[in-house]
Design a protein around this ligand. Structure first.
Ligand SMILES: C[S@@+](CC[C@H](N)C(=O)[O-])C[C@H]1O[C@@H](n2cnc3c(N)ncnc32)[C@H](O)[C@@H]1O
Length: 255
């Protein structure tokens, strides 16, 4: 990338406020009221990794599914992690790569990919798999959870918005055979977001949002042995504090 392009990109507003080595901070297009979301999620992520040093090495390998501009990837790289970040947006990937140059991070790699189309074992296994802010932007969340599980050696840290849960029964072939609803997904139509060019949206219109109980159940059903709903810290971003978003850790066998 030539320096003029790099300067133009640095001057543009970003999704994240990156603290730059020269003391500057990138401007953000995120509304003031929403900015705390990133620091809350980062502190919950780092706290989880630090609490499980027995499973997560000090310098873990990390797969960041939907890495955006690589803010989480770069924070982990600064602590010694080797990170592969994937995102559907070519612009986000360019920005993540520019930040790698700015920070001098050589153990990070960013590629443009639709992560819903990764084969389950395509990329090998990683100590840590991140699925942050993505699950509620895909039309096949169960498939995404299978992909995440297949790539996890230690822990998958997932963060998502959640929907109210449906309970009750469904007549299973006849009213004589009711079957219990054990989970539910809400349907969200992201057509308007895609038309507006929202850089944080799904890449197809249909998004399915699980309830928290459904998320935990489905993570267990795709193979995570233990699923822990993480407790937000004092002063957490409102959605996490009020249970509208959750961060969970899914542990695989042996961890
Ligand atoms: C709300 S942002 C979350 C970004 C980041 N993980 C975080 O939590 O801050 C959603 C991201 O998902 C990406 N995305 C949406 N659908 C995707 C897909 N099928 N494959 C890869 N990335 C996707 C978008 O480009 C965007 O970067």
């Amino acid at each position: 990338m030539d320096s003029e392009t790099a300067d133009r990109m640095m001057a543009a507003p970003w999704f994240y406020e990156f603290d730059l080595p020269d003391g500057r901070r990138t401007g953000t297009y995120l509304p003031e009221a929403v900015r705390g979301i990133h620091s809350t999620r980062l502190s919950m992520l780092l706290d989880t990794l630090d609490r499980h040093r027995d499973v997560v090495p000090a310098a873990p390998s990390v797969l960041d599914l939907a890495c955006h501009e690589g803010w989480f990837a770069h924070h982990l790289a600064a602590r010694g992690a080797r990170v592969l970040g994937l995102d559907a947006s070519g612009e986000h990937i360019e920005r993540a790569r520019l930040m790698a140059q700015v920070y001098g991070h050589s153990d990070v790699c960013f590629e443009r990919r639709d992560v819903t189309r990764i084969e389950p074992h395509e990329l090998g296994v990683f100590d840590v798999v991140l699925v942050l802010g993505l699950l509620y932007h895909v039309e096949n969340p169960v498939g995404l959870l299978r992909i995440a599980h297949a790539h996890t050696r230690g822990v998958c840290v997932l963060e998502t918005q959640v929907a109210p849960g449906l309970t009750g029964t469904v007549d299973w072939g006849s009213h004589l055979y009711p079957k219990a609803i054990v989970g539910s997904f809400a349907v969200i139509d992201e057509t308007d977001q895609i038309a507006e060019g929202n850089p944080e949206a799904n890449i197809v219109p249909i998004s399915l949002v699980p309830s928290v109980e459904t998320l935990v159940l489905v993570m267990q059903l795709v193979g995570f042995q233990r699923v822990e709903v993480l407790t937000p810290p004092p002063g957490a971003y409102e959605q996490l504090a009020h249970g509208k978003r959750v961060m969970v850790a899914g542990w695989v066998d042996g961890s």
